[in-house]
Write a protein that binds this ligand. Structure first.
Ligand SMILES: [Zn+2]
Ligand SMILES: [Zn+2]
Length: 159
């Protein structure tokens, strides 16, 4: 008779239910075979999920690098920032430097930077947000900007 310390199931045929462990006093593992194989399966599953996530991230980054390059060449980023800079100055804010949206988005790895949002955003859908709002003295700079999705930016209020 032996009880698995993991699932608490009591086994009569302990040598069948538990794998050998020469270092244990009773010569058997503390976890039953069922629990051990489930743990192994969970580990493999987790590794697979992590590998897939990494693959997706790499793919997204490669796509963005290519896309940002084209975007910058077309001068969109510069024009958009000139508009943004004008708005900042209108609101009485300080423009420290030109902020390239493509760089901000790249820095964000292509996802909304709001806590727990993680939505995938593109240069078309991203909102360039001033972390500390311009109205309360936030500067237009890389240090004070982040990429947000539309809903998160609206939820935050005017940036
Ligand atoms: Zn068990
Ligand atoms: Zn968001």
């Amino acid at each position: 008779m032996k009880t698995c310390t993991k699932c608490d199931v009591q086994y009569a045929e302990e040598s069948e239910a538990f794998a050998k462990n020469v270092r244990a006093t009773d010569g058997l593992q503390a976890h039953c075979k069922k629990c051990m194989s489930k743990a192994n399966k969970d580990r493999r599953e987790k590794a697979k999920v992590a590998a897939n996530a990494e693959k997706a991230r790499a793919k997204r980054q490669a796509y963005m690098r290519d896309y940002n390059e084209k975007y910058r060449k077309a001068n969109h980023s510069h024009k958009l920032d000139l508009t943004q800079q004008w708005r900042v100055r209108q609101a009485g804010g300080v423009v420290v430097e030109e902020v390239d949206r493509a760089i901000v988005l790249y820095r964000a790895e292509g996802v909304c930077q709001a806590e727990r949002c993680n939505k995938v955003i593109t240069l078309e859908t991203m909102h360039l947000d001033h972390i500390k709002s311009v109205a309360s003295g936030g500067e237009h700079s890389y240090a004070n900007t982040q990429a947000l999705c539309g809903p998160c930016n609206l939820a935050k209020g005017s940036g």
